[in-house]
Design a protein around this ligand. Structure first.
Ligand SMILES: C=C(O[C@@H]1C=C(C(=O)O)C=C[C@H]1O)C(=O)O
Length: 122
Protein backbone atom coordinates (compact mmCIF):
# COMPACT_ATOMS: atom_id res chain seq x y z
CA UNK A 1 0.00 0.00 0.00
CA UNK A 2 1.18 3.51 -0.82
CA UNK A 3 -0.30 6.89 -0.14
CA UNK A 4 -1.50 8.42 -3.41
CA UNK A 5 -3.19 11.70 -4.25
CA UNK A 6 -6.42 11.63 -6.21
CA UNK A 7 -7.66 14.89 -7.69
CA UNK A 8 -11.24 15.92 -8.36
CA UNK A 9 -13.07 19.05 -9.44
CA UNK A 10 -16.63 20.03 -10.22
CA UNK A 11 -18.76 23.14 -10.51
CA UNK A 12 -22.08 24.40 -9.15
CA UNK A 13 -24.47 26.83 -10.79
CA UNK A 14 -25.19 28.85 -7.62
CA UNK A 15 -23.48 29.87 -4.39
CA UNK A 16 -26.10 27.93 -2.46
CA UNK A 17 -25.57 25.64 0.54
CA UNK A 18 -27.50 22.65 -0.80
CA UNK A 19 -25.85 22.84 -4.22
CA UNK A 20 -22.34 22.96 -2.69
CA UNK A 21 -22.97 20.05 -0.32
CA UNK A 22 -24.55 17.95 -3.05
CA UNK A 23 -21.82 18.63 -5.62
CA UNK A 24 -19.06 17.90 -3.08
CA UNK A 25 -20.66 14.59 -2.12
CA UNK A 26 -21.17 13.62 -5.75
CA UNK A 27 -17.55 14.40 -6.61
CA UNK A 28 -16.18 12.40 -3.69
CA UNK A 29 -18.48 9.47 -4.47
CA UNK A 30 -17.23 9.34 -8.06
CA UNK A 31 -13.58 9.54 -6.89
CA UNK A 32 -14.17 6.66 -4.47
CA UNK A 33 -16.07 4.53 -6.98
CA UNK A 34 -13.64 4.95 -9.87
CA UNK A 35 -10.60 4.26 -7.70
CA UNK A 36 -12.23 1.53 -5.58
CA UNK A 37 -11.20 3.04 -2.27
CA UNK A 38 -13.23 3.24 0.94
CA UNK A 39 -13.19 5.72 3.86
CA UNK A 40 -10.83 3.46 5.86
CA UNK A 41 -8.20 3.90 3.12
CA UNK A 42 -8.35 7.70 3.19
CA UNK A 43 -5.71 9.67 5.14
CA UNK A 44 -7.32 13.07 4.55
CA UNK A 45 -9.33 15.17 2.12
CA UNK A 46 -8.46 18.75 1.21
CA UNK A 47 -11.23 20.78 -0.43
CA UNK A 48 -11.00 24.19 -2.01
CA UNK A 49 -13.70 26.41 -3.42
CA UNK A 50 -13.27 29.29 -5.81
CA UNK A 51 -13.63 32.65 -4.00
CA UNK A 52 -17.18 33.18 -5.32
CA UNK A 53 -18.42 30.22 -3.22
CA UNK A 54 -18.88 30.78 0.50
CA UNK A 55 -22.42 29.64 1.38
CA UNK A 56 -21.14 26.71 3.47
CA UNK A 57 -18.14 24.53 4.29
CA UNK A 58 -17.97 21.82 1.62
CA UNK A 59 -16.48 19.43 4.21
CA UNK A 60 -19.94 19.22 5.77
CA UNK A 61 -21.14 17.43 2.65
CA UNK A 62 -18.47 14.77 3.13
CA UNK A 63 -18.91 14.29 6.88
CA UNK A 64 -22.56 13.38 6.48
CA UNK A 65 -21.71 10.42 4.21
CA UNK A 66 -21.76 7.05 5.98
CA UNK A 67 -18.27 6.10 7.22
CA UNK A 68 -16.63 9.49 6.62
CA UNK A 69 -17.01 11.03 10.09
CA UNK A 70 -13.45 10.07 11.19
CA UNK A 71 -11.65 11.22 8.04
CA UNK A 72 -9.71 14.51 8.57
CA UNK A 73 -11.05 17.22 6.28
CA UNK A 74 -9.85 20.73 5.51
CA UNK A 75 -11.40 23.47 3.40
CA UNK A 76 -9.74 26.56 1.95
CA UNK A 77 -10.30 29.20 -0.68
CA UNK A 78 -8.67 28.52 -4.04
CA UNK A 79 -6.12 31.03 -5.40
CA UNK A 80 -8.03 33.96 -6.90
CA UNK A 81 -6.37 33.94 -10.32
CA UNK A 82 -8.03 36.41 -12.71
CA UNK A 83 -10.11 34.58 -15.31
CA UNK A 84 -10.02 31.24 -13.46
CA UNK A 85 -13.03 28.90 -13.55
CA UNK A 86 -15.86 30.23 -11.36
CA UNK A 87 -18.02 28.33 -8.86
CA UNK A 88 -15.55 25.48 -8.75
CA UNK A 89 -15.04 22.91 -5.98
CA UNK A 90 -11.74 21.00 -5.96
CA UNK A 91 -10.71 17.92 -3.98
CA UNK A 92 -7.36 16.38 -3.14
CA UNK A 93 -7.97 12.94 -1.65
CA UNK A 94 -4.99 11.20 -0.03
CA UNK A 95 -5.65 7.48 -0.22
CA UNK A 96 -3.77 4.34 0.73
CA UNK A 97 -3.98 2.09 -2.30
CA UNK A 98 -2.16 -0.65 -4.18
CA UNK A 99 -2.95 1.08 -7.48
CA UNK A 100 -0.08 2.08 -9.67
CA UNK A 101 0.00 5.90 -10.10
CA UNK A 102 -0.76 5.39 -13.80
CA UNK A 103 -4.07 3.75 -12.80
CA UNK A 104 -5.23 6.50 -10.44
CA UNK A 105 -8.39 8.02 -11.93
CA UNK A 106 -8.69 11.75 -11.34
CA UNK A 107 -12.23 13.06 -11.71
CA UNK A 108 -13.33 16.27 -13.43
CA UNK A 109 -17.09 16.76 -13.66
CA UNK A 110 -19.44 19.34 -15.18
CA UNK A 111 -17.71 22.57 -16.29
CA UNK A 112 -14.53 21.52 -14.44
CA UNK A 113 -13.83 19.08 -17.28
CA UNK A 114 -12.22 22.00 -19.11
CA UNK A 115 -9.54 22.30 -16.39
CA UNK A 116 -7.79 19.08 -17.36
CA UNK A 117 -9.00 17.75 -20.70
CA UNK A 118 -6.02 15.40 -20.60
CA UNK A 119 -7.51 13.66 -17.53
CA UNK A 120 -11.21 13.74 -18.44
CA UNK A 121 -12.88 10.42 -19.28
CA UNK A 122 -9.65 8.46 -18.76
C1 LIG B 1 -6.14 23.52 -12.98
C2 LIG B 1 -6.67 23.34 -11.77
O1 LIG B 1 -6.75 24.37 -10.85
C3 LIG B 1 -5.66 24.85 -10.11
C4 LIG B 1 -4.38 24.48 -10.72
C5 LIG B 1 -3.81 23.28 -10.41
C6 LIG B 1 -2.68 22.75 -11.18
O2 LIG B 1 -2.14 23.51 -11.99
O3 LIG B 1 -2.34 21.56 -11.02
C7 LIG B 1 -4.30 22.50 -9.33
C8 LIG B 1 -5.30 22.97 -8.54
C9 LIG B 1 -5.79 24.35 -8.67
O4 LIG B 1 -5.08 25.16 -7.79
C10 LIG B 1 -7.23 22.05 -11.37
O5 LIG B 1 -8.00 21.99 -10.41
O6 LIG B 1 -6.88 21.02 -12.00
Amino acid sequence: MSLRGIRGATTVSDNEEGAILEATRELLEVVVERNRVCPEDIASVFVTMSPDLNATFPARGIRTLPGWKQVPLMCATEVDVPGALQKCIRLLVLANTDRDPSRIRHVYLRDARQLRPDLTDQ
